[in-house]
Ligand binder design. Structure first.
Ligand SMILES: C[S@@+](CC[C@H](N)C(=O)[O-])C[C@H]1O[C@@H](n2cnc3c(N)ncnc32)[C@H](O)[C@@H]1O
Length: 333
């Protein structure tokens, strides 16, 4: 059997976790919603559209870096086991899988969006007869314990600057878990977006076609459908800006006028003033030094650092140091 899927976040568990997150996020100031709830099938499609926007340099730049690096990287590592966190459409992953030259390999995508993972797996399996896919549908912050034992040398991928959506404590907790998936000779390849000119950064999250705004508002549609809420997404303005003190883009939804929102399954009424936004995403930006420090704190050593000529984006290759860091026990699902 070449395709196996484990669902660790079934509909009931997911709804329960979302109810807790929404209650906590909207009940505290500043109000917030966790970015993982952008990604229903429509959210994944909108993100895919974002990746092709002229202003959104991240995907293009990372893809070109992978294109350049893949052959030498795969020759040097010869991985037989590739685990990918937040795999989405696995488009860039294809470059790496193709570059291995066809030996047996097990690919373990870990993502919350089952529809997208299933479609990507089907395409990869059709193209690659030596591939096995063991998909894990779940939250990479909670469910990495379910990643199967390695089938050979392992390469863990965390691409697309998704690590930047986590704040520092969450990054550390996740990287410590990733460290526990690695043995000597295994590697982590992580894509990080770099600190740069504010105008370039802000343009990437404020595209002229309004796709990022639609993606941002989609989180309200997900909450409406899942928890019986009555947000009017179009009554919220998309606002994304670079917070230089924290090295992060912040994405917010700002009510145009006072909004009263009922969330049926939480039996909750929320009143939102135009002066208070809902913070939906952070996208942290890194330097080589901050990436090295972040990896080191999780028991990982920066082995190689690859950037494009404009130093917009970097791929960091890391290996485990002998000093393992205690991985925080993941919360029960
Ligand atoms: C920014 S996209 C990147 C997708 C792809 N890796 C790329 O580079 O284009 C983030 C992906 O991570 C997934 N994701 C976000 N938060 C997640 C979480 N906590 N657990 C599992 N998957 C998550 C989303 O469903 C989405 O596919």
């Amino acid at each position: 059997m070449r395709y196996r899927v484990e669902v660790h976040a079934d509909a009931h568990t997911r709804l329960k976790a979302m109810a807790e997150d929404v209650l906590r996020g909207l009940g505290t100031r500043p109000r917030s919603l966790p970015p993982k709830y952008f990604y229903d099938a429509a959210g994944s499609r909108l993100f895919d559209e974002i990746t092709r926007l002229p202003e959104y340099y991240l995907t293009r730049t990372e893809d070109a870096l992978l294109d350049r690096l893949a052959p030498a990287l795969m020759r040097a590592l010869e991985p037989r086991d590739v685990v990918e966190l937040g795999s989405g459409f696995s488009l860039k992953t294809r470059r790496l899988l193709e570059a291995r030259g066809g030996g047996a390999l097990r690919y373990t995508p870990v993502d919350v969006d089952e529809t997208t993972v299933a479609a990507s797996a089907e395409r990869l399996l059709a193209e690659d007869p030596a591939l096995q896919v063991h998909a894990i549908i779940g939250d990479f912050e909670r469910h990495l314990v379910h990643v199967p034992a390695p089938s050979g040398r392992r390469l863990v991928l965390f691409l697309g600057s998704t690590i930047g959506n986590l704040d520092a404590p969450a990054r550390q907790a996740l990287l410590a878990q990733v460290r526990s998936l690695l043995h000597r000779g295994d590697r982590l390849l992580v894509g990080v977006d770099l600190v740069k000119d504010v105008a370039v950064l802000e343009a990437a999250y404020n595209d002229a076609a309004g796709v990022t705004a639609a993606f941002n508002r989609n989180i309200l549609r997900v909450v409406n459908r899942s928890l019986g809420a009555d947000f009017q997404p179009e009554a919220f303005r998309h606002h994304a800006w670079y917070n230089a003190a924290e090295s992060r883009i912040e994405m917010h939804l700002v009510p145009e006028t006072r909004q009263t929102v009922h969330i049926r399954s939480l039996d909750l009424t929320v009143r939102l003033e135009p002066s208070e936004s809902i913070w939906t995403e952070s996208s942290y930006k890194f330097t080589r030094a901050s990436t090295r420090a972040m990896l080191a704190a999780a028991g990982l050593r920066l082995d190689a650092w690859h950037t494009d000529v404009d130093k917009r984006f970097a791929l960091a290759l890391a290996g485990p140091t002998s000093r393992a860091v205690a991985a925080r026990a993941p919360r029960a699902a």
